[in-house]
Design a protein around this ligand. Structure first.
Ligand code: ACO
Length: 419
C-alpha cells in the first residue's frame, strides 16, 4: 500500500506517485520555496523560516514542544511501536497489520548481512570516524540492487529496506574492527535494534537494553526539514536514486552543527563530577562565552519532546539496576540539568534555552556500552528510515529543488595581459 489517495504516473522508464489535487498537498506555485515578505529577498540565515516542501511524514512544533510522526505524537509512538513498525508508518502511510509487520521483519532480517564489497570498505575504514565509514559503505550498497537507478515506488521501498537493514550491521562491524575485534554476523531471529547490540557486544542484549535502543531509533526516525533530510530531498529532486540521496544525507549529518553534541555532553558531566559543582561550573562556562551542550534548539523554544522520551528510557535503565557507574551518572545528570536550566534562565533571560535530545541521548547510548565516537553513526541507523521516506515522497513530488542565489561579486571585469 502507498499513501492513500496517491496515484501512479509513468515518466519514461520510471514510475512515480502523483500527489492528489487537494489543497493541503498543492505545491505553492511558483516557486517551491515559500518565503516571507519577498520571494527573492536574500536571507542571511540559510533558508531560515523558509518552507521547502510539503510533507506528510513529520512536523516539529517548536512552540508547543510537539513532534508529530506520520500523524502520531511522538509520545504516542515511542515505547509503544517498534522501529520496524515506525519505518512502515513512514514508508507506507500507516502502522502495519500483524501480517505486514511479520513480512517486513522477515525481509529486513534477510537483508542484514553485508556483501563482501561493503565489508571490505568497512575494514579499510576501520581507523576513520564511524560516520565516515558508514558514508563510504553506504555508497557501495547500490552494487547489491538489481537496478540502482530505478526510482519507481517499488524500487525505492526495496532500497529503503536494504539500507535500513544494513546500517546497523555497518556500524556494529566498524565498532568491532576499530577495537581490534572481528565483526559478528547478524542474526535473523532478533529485531533490528536488539540485533545491533548483539553484533556490537557479541551477546544478546537484555530486554531493557533492547527496548532502549529501539525506542531511541523510533524517537529520532524523522524530524521535519532538518539539514540531512533536506540534503536527501535535494538529491532525490534531481531524479537521482535512493542510495545517492542517503549517502549525501550522511555527509550532512556528520557536521558538528547537525550531528549533535552527545559526546561533549558526556565530557561535560565528567567535568562537573558532582551535583554541588554544577552551578559554579555552568556559571564559569557561560562567563567564558561557551555554550552548554545538550541545551537550546533552533526550533524548540520549550523542552524538546524527544528529551522527555529519552529521559524516561534513561530512568528505566537506571531503575533496572544497570551498572552502578551509570546510575551515578544518571543521578548527576538529573541534578545538573535542573541547575543548568536555572542558571541559563538567569544568565540568558528570554532565550528559552531548554534541554534538547542530545542530553539524554548521551546517557542512553553510553549506558548501552557504545563509544561516544559512534553516537552519530548510531543516530543515522534510526534516521535512515526517515531519509528514505523523504526520498520516496520527493520522487513522488517530482519537482527539482533549485533555489536562487544573490550575486554579490564584481561585474564587468576585463581579462588583462592575455592574448
Ligand atoms: N548554552 C549557552 N547559551 C546558548 C546555548 C547554549 N547551549 N544555546 C544558545 N545560547 C545562546 C546564544 O549564546 C545566544 O545568546 P546571545 O543572544 O546572548 O548572543 C542565544 O542563546 C541564541 O543563540 P543562537 O545561536 O541564535 O540560537 P540557535 O537557535 O541558532 O542555536 C543551537 C541552536 C545551535 C542548538 C544552540 O542552542 C547550541 O549551540 N546548543 C548547544 C549544542 C547542542 O546541544 N546541540 C544539539 C542540538 S539538538 C540537535 O541538533 C539534534
Amino acid at each position: 500500500m502507498l499513501w492513500k489517495g496517491l496515484s501512479r504516473l509513468v515518466y519514461g522508464q520510471n514510475e512515480f506517485v502523483a500527489l492528489p489535487p487537494c489543497a493541503a498537498l498543492r505545491r505553492p506555485s511558483p516557486p517551491l520555496f515559500v518565503t516571507g515578505p519577498s520571494k527573492t529577498a536574500p536571507k542571511k540565515g540559510g533558508l531560515d523560516g523558509v518552507v521547502a516542501a510539503q510533507t506528510r511524514l513529520s512536523h516539529v512544533d517548536g512552540q508547543a514542544g510537539q513532534l508529530i510522526i506520520g500523524g502520531y505524537e511522538l509520545k504516542e509512538l515511542a515505547g509503544r511501536v517498534s522501529f520496524e513498525e515506525a519505518a512502515h508508518l513512514l514508508w507506507r502511510g500507516a502502522l502495519p497489520s500483524q501480517d505486514e509487520l511479520a513480512g517486513l521483519q522477515r525481509e529486513i532480517a534477510a537483508l542484514r548481512a553485508l556483501p563482501d564489497e561493503a565489508m571490505h570498505v568497512v575494514r579499510a575504514a576501520a581507523t576513520t570516524p564511524p560516520i565516515d565509514a558508514l558514508r563510504m559503505a553506504c555508497a557501495t550498497l547500490s552494487l547489491d540492487l538489481p537496478r540502482p537507478d530505478d526510482i519507481s515506488p517499488g524500487a525505492d521501498i526495496q532500497a529503503a529496506k536494504l539500507l535500513t537493514a544494513r546500517f546497523p550491521t555497518v556500524v556494529a562491524a566498524h565498532a568491532r574492527l576499530s577495537a581490534g575485534k572481528e565483526p559478528i554476523a547478524p542474526r535473523t531471529d532478533l529485531p533490528l535494534a536488539a540485533n545491533f547490540l548483539y553484533m556490537v557486544h557479541g551477546k544478546e542484549p537484555d530486554p531493557i537494553a533492547a527496548r532502549a535502543i529501539d525506542t531511541y531509533w523510533v524517537t529520532v526516525i524523522d524530524h521535519g526539514m532538518n539539514a540531512s533530510t533536506f540534503t536527501a530531498r535535494v538529491i532525490a529532486s534531481t531524479r537521482s536514486d535512493m542510495v545517492s540521496a542517503v549517502t549525501g544525507a550522511i555527509g550532512a549529518l556528520k557536521g558538528p552543527l547537525h550531528g549533535g553534541a552527545p559526546g561533549p555532553v558526556l565530557d561535560m558531566l565528567k567535568d562537573i563530577k558532582s551535583a554541588d559543582r554544577a552551578e559554579p561550573w555552568v556559571r564559569n562556562e557561560l562567563a567564558a562565552g561557551r555554550r552548554i551542550m545538550g541545551f537550546g534548539h533552533r526550533v524548540y523554544k520549550v523542552r524538546d519532546p524527544r528529551a522527555d522520551v529519552l529521559s524516561k528510557v534513561a530512568d528505566a535503565m537506571g531503575a533496572a539496576g544497570g551498572a552502578l557507574e551509570n546510575r551515578k551518572l544518571f543521578d548527576l545528570a538529573r541534578a545538573a540539568e535542573q541547575t543548568i536550566l536555572k542558571v541559563l534562565d538567569e544568565v540568558k533571560p528570554g532565550r528559552n534555552l531548554r534541554t534538547n535530545v542530545e542530553f539524554f541521548t548521551a546517557l542512553v547510548l553510553q549506558a548501552l556500552g557504545l563509544e561516544p565516537r559512534s553516537f552519530v553513526a548510531t543516530f543515522a541507523c534510526g534516521r535512515v528510515a526517515g531519509w528514505c521516506a523523504h526520498v520516496i515522497e520527493q520522487h513522488a513530488e517530482d519537482h527539482l529543488i533549485r533555489p536562487q542565489s544573490e550575486y554579490v561579486g564584481p561585474r564587468n571585469l576585463k581579462v588583462e595581459g592575455r592574448s
